[in-house]
Design a protein around this ligand. Structure first.
Ligand code: 26Q
Length: 791
């Protein structure tokens, strides 16, 4: 890496600001400064990017392409500056010029091209891949509108369109010359050509896919990979003057239908929505991405696809890109003239698949008629894949009729995308040990019986560059001063184990506490400024931030706070460790119940925060518009990380890891990657509670448990449930649907069942906190867990 020379950078920056603003430097705004800094960064990166791209074309190394319908990349300016090693010079120069680096960074609209876990995981993988110098690239959609912005109005979530491109985006390069055509609808005709049956897709509706590339810069190395995002456009701009009235309207309709494909990200997380537009999106980036990869490979290999699977990995992130399987088959058979068996072998060798959820309502299945109409040739291929697969199964397992039916791709009028993905991949993985076990033993057990060698477990990881070094610079400095900086190198996070002896070092623990205190004050200042709520930075910051979903059980946390409030009111003089409960997260706009939970949390916050009798001892905050930038501010300020999903439901969780690497203690169920966190830190350094996945499964096998039993036997629960419907927290409204779900619909997510053990573990955690020394040692111990957290 070239080191940045301070004086020349300062000169170049001033010049650039004047270029972008057309004004004297003294007249410039933070927006101008942001644009100038971004341009300077891009100039540096693009030079190296070109070198990387030409190296890539030589195919010396195997290349991986991550296909994902979401990439939740977060802001890039600071990440680029840190990766370039400019983080010592840039802030200093800006400071000398009297500018505010944070304000400049805040001008970057945080791209929200994902919902949560699965989209953010892809962004972390891209970061790690580049940091380790591997050639790996993303392939996705350039949504015009990302995930909605969340406002809280009258305690409720209100969605506002996320027009993230309105001021332009400085970190992308449009490559219209690399556009490709994606074909929808129409019909397939067959013809004999030279004794061979060929398939001709005709009368289709073409859409132009235009790629925009975003550089993915490695950490202190020369690697620059690419995230390619496709934008949908009409194939040609019609010469409107030649159209009569009827054609004009038709032409305009075609235009907006094409543009609609990349117009908006579906805001559902862990929930399937079977809309045709979504299926169009799925085929759109699959078809466009594969076309360019194939074209590039053939150019390298003198026009032949032979050897493709030795050089190219296609990784599909959940089932959303599962059409890669039939689409690659279509290319190999229809366009490259391979025989079926050879094409199938190449396809399966190229493709691998990660599953991210076991919730039945999130598993994708598309009505056969919809797939047939939208993608007639692709559907024929799916049918043939299925026909051959079912034949094979019946041949090898003639006595397994029920199982052979259960694993087919086409059944009950639907295309089952997970089945397509498993059958078409050489590798299938879950995202934590427990989740992979559930895939093998429950969700995909019939596939596991047939293809045991395909199943793997790859526990998720998160990038420490963004979520520790970038978001918590003071902790980074303290760690460097204490054990040196070898842990900052890619794949060397386990060097943090050198901290273990310092868990008993009072001076170190004091410094660690001081860093935490500053991060808490920083978050408190943000909350005070944006929401006008004053927090006590000496209270425990107990934080739950993630999408709002019944299985994640924000409700359990909320009910427990209601109970604590009731206790404080009843026993005003009790010994109580002050607590600040912080929530953030978005609910899918159509998920009524999740939105009711948001409303409940805000209603509780209003009541508790305005009650002067509890004041400094209990505060509740719902931070609006949780996104990557807000997350980066929240994790470093946490002492307790709430990871309280119903056991067996959270595939992995990655927020749990981000909290942990900032020294928060996990309070959670034995679910997802919490299990591995518990193993790494030891049971003394984690607060676990609740039913196990096996206990939950046993109850479910017998129709659930009886929530009324708990209600009848626990007065704390009786009180809070009655408060949901008697207007106690808000005299204008009640929470009947939540009450009903718990008592009438028998509490599917075991909220009441786990309440007592949740309350117990909270009071145990307060007891530890009271003993500050123990707490500090505990925080120190967290670092040994990092061996689990990737690269
Ligand atoms: C499907 C069809 C139509 C519309 C939307 C969807 C859809 C969209 C997003 C279905 C599922 C998702 C997202 C799933 C997800 O993010 N899962 C999370 O993945 C993380 C990374 O592996 C895990 O850590 C989390 O546990 C898991 O919930």
């Amino acid at each position: 890496m070239k080191t940045l020379e301070k004086a020349s950078f300062k000169k170049a920056f001033i010049k650039k600001v004047e270029e972008v603003s057309g004004e004297d430097f003294s007249e410039s705004t933070a927006q101008h400064q942001y644009e100038a800094l971004s341009e300077l960064v891009m100039e540096e990166i693009t030079a190296e990017w070109a070198v990387n791209n030409s190296r890539l074309h030589k195919m010396e190394e195997k290349q991986i392409y991550f296909f994902s319908i979401e990439f939740l990349i977060g802001r890039l300016l600071k990440a680029y500056i840190n990766n370039l090693g400019w983080d010592d010079v840039v802030p200093e120069v800006l400071c000398e010029l009297g500018l505010d680096y944070e304000a400049i960074q805040a001008k970057e609209h945080d791209p929200a091209l994902g919902n949560g876990g699965l989209g953010r995981l892809m962004a972390c993988f891209l970061d790690s891949t580049a940091a380790m110098g591997f050639p790996g690239h993303g392939n996705g959609i350039r949504y015009k509108f990302g995930l909605f912005e969340q406002k809280i109005i009258n305690n409720e979530q209100v969605e506002v369109a996320d027009n993230w491109l309105k001021n332009g985006y400085p970190f992308e390069i449009a490559k219209p010359d690399k556009s490709v055509i994606v074909k929808y609808k129409g019909n397939v005709r067959t013809e004999m050509v030279n004794g061979k049956l060929v398939f001709i897709h005709e009368n289709y509706e073409p859409v132009l896919a235009v790629p925009y590339d975003v550089p993915v810069q490695g950490y202190h190395n020369k690697t620059v990979n690419s995230l390619r995002l496709w934008s949908a456009q009409p194939v040609e701009d019609f010469d409107l003057s030649t159209f009569n009235q009827g054609h004009f309207l038709k032409a305009m309709q075609r235009r907006s239908e094409a543009e609609a494909i990349s117009q908006i990200l579906y805001p559902n997380d862990n929930g399937f929505e079977g809309k045709q537009l979504r299926l169009k999106q799925e085929y759109f980036f699959v078809c466009a991405g594969l076309k360019r990869i194939v074209r590039r490979y053939k150019k390298f290999n003198h026009g032949s696809m032979d050897g493709f699977s030795d050089k190219i990995c296609i990784h599909i992130n959940d089932t959303h890109p599962a059409l890669c399987v039939p689409e690659l088959m279509r290319i190999l058979i229809d366009e490259e003239n391979y025989e079926w068996d050879k094409a199938w072998d190449m396809t399966v060798k190229s493709i691998s698949f990660t599953n991210h959820t076991v919730l039945p309502e999130a598993l994708e299945k598309w009505p056969i008629d919809m797939v047939k109409e939208l993608l007639p040739r692709v559907y024929q291929i799916i049918e043939e894949i299925n026909r051959r697969f079912v034949n094979d199964m019946n041949w090898f397992y003639p006595d397994q009729e029920a199982r052979n039916y259960s694993i087919s791709i086409l059944k009950d009028g639907h295309v089952h995308m997970a089945h397509l993905a498993i059958i078409g991949s050489h590798s299938v993985n879950g995202v934590a040990e427990l989740h992979s076990k559930i895939l093998r033993e429950e969700t995909f057990k019939d596939f596991y019986a047939v293809f045991p060698e395909r199943f793997h477990s790859v526990t998720n990881g998160v990038t420490p560059r963004r979520f520790l070094m970038g978001s918590n610079p003071q902790l980074k400095t303290l760690l460097n001063e204490t054990i040196g900086d070898s842990w900052t190198m890619p794949n060397k996070l386990s060097s943090l184990e050198a901290l273990l002896p310092y868990a008993a070092d009072a001076a170190f623990c004091e410094k660690l506490g001081a860093v935490k205190r500053r991060n808490k004050a920083h978050l408190a200042a943000y909350i005070n400024k944006s929401q006008g709520i004053q927090l006590n930075p000496d209270s425990i910051f107990d934080i739950q931030v993630k999408r709002i979903h019944e299985y994640k059980r924000q409700l359990l946390n909320a009910l427990h706070i209601m109970y604590l409030y009731n206790t404080l009111k009843a026993y005003p003089n009790m010994d109580f460790v002050p607590k600040t409960y912080i929530f953030a997260g978005k609910a899918a706009p159509s998920y009524y119940y999740a939105k009711e939970v948001i409303r409940l949390i805000n209603v509780i916050a209003d009541k508790v925060n305005n009650d002067t009798t509890v004041n400094d001892r209990l505060k509740v905050v719902f931070v609006p518009n949780f996104n990557v930038s807000v997350a980066e501010m929240i994790y470093p300020a946490a002492e307790i990380s709430e990871q309280i999903s119903t056991a067996g439901k959270e595939a992995s969780g990655t927020g749990n890891m981000k909290f942990m690497m900032n020294g928060a203690i996990t309070l959670g169920t034995m679910d997802g990657a919490n299990v591995e966190i518990a193993e790494a830190v030891g049971m003394d350094n984690i607060f676990t509670f609740g039913l196990s996945d096996v206990e939950v499964a046993n109850y479910n096998a017998h129709g659930g448990y009886r929530s009324l039993d708990i209600y009848e036997s626990d007065p704390r629960i009786q009180e809070v449930l009655e408060q949901l419907i008697n207007g106690f927290f808000s005299n204008t409204s009640t929470f009947q649907s939540i009450y009903d779900s718990l008592l009438i619909h028998n509490d599917t997510y075991f909220v009441l069942k786990d309440f007592a053990s949740y309350a117990d573990i909270h009071s145990a955690s307060s007891a530890v906190y009271r003993d500050q020394k123990k707490m500090a040692a505990n925080v120190g111990c967290q670092y040994c867990t990092l061996r689990n957290v990737l690269k």
